[in-house]
Design a protein around this ligand. Structure first.
Ligand code: HEC
Length: 156
């Protein structure tokens, strides 16, 4: 999955460069750099969810996820762990929107898509909190396009 997303953005970058190269013959790299900069505007280290949101997400998690992933998110016989560096390393440098989408289309495994976007977003905030990312002043938005602007990076 990671490969797919990366290949996609490389393709886009190449298309971008050749189109703007044709159009202007000018400072292609500069224009391209600006476009890429607009895609993600923050990272998980910027405090992109609130503590209150993570607490709401904890409730969603206990009711819909803990039976398989465990109260401590460590996984069990039924499912893999979703806390700890092995889990986060896989997602590094992908947008938070990808993680949101992945959870929404496949989880809870016994009824994918049955939660609201707000509940999926809150549970995402809880997972990030449990993975030691910092809380901040603004809630994680329940909107895939907005979540795509936030880059997943390793926790400090
Ligand atoms: C009925 C058991 C079950 C429930 C309930 C469940 N999961 Fe899962 N989950 C799984 C299994 C099994 C996998 C591994 C197979 C897969 O990736 O689809 C998984 C995989 C995942 C992954 C990907 C892990 C990785 O290493 O990439 C995430 C994230 C996740 N679940 C989140 C959730 C969240 C959030 C909830 C609650 C909204 C939830 N799951 C509820 C069984 C469950």
């Amino acid at each position: 999955m990671k490969r797919l997303v990366l290949a996609g953005s490389v393709g886009l970058a190449l298309a971008c460069a050749s189109v703007s190269g044709l159009a202007t013959g000018g400072p292609v790299l500069e224009a391209h750099g600006a476009a890429v900069g607009q895609e993600t505007t923050s990272t998980l280290l910027d405090g992109v969810f609130t503590s209150a949101q993570a607490r709401r997400g904890r409730r969603v998690y206990s009711e819909n996820c803990a039976s398989c992933h465990g109260a401590e998110l460590k996984g069990g016989e039924m499912a893999p762990g979703i806390a700890g560096s092995d889990f986060m390393v896989f997602w590094t440098e992908l947008p938070v929107g990808s993680m949101f989408e992945r959870i929404k289309v496949s989880m809870p495994e016994d009824g994918p898509g049955r939660l609201t976007d707000e509940e999926y977003t809150d549970v995402l905030a809880y997972i990030l909190d449990a993975n030691s990312y910092p809380a901040g002043e603004t809630e994680l938005p329940a909107d895939k396009a907005e979540l795509d602007k936030i880059m997943i990076v390793a926790a400090e």
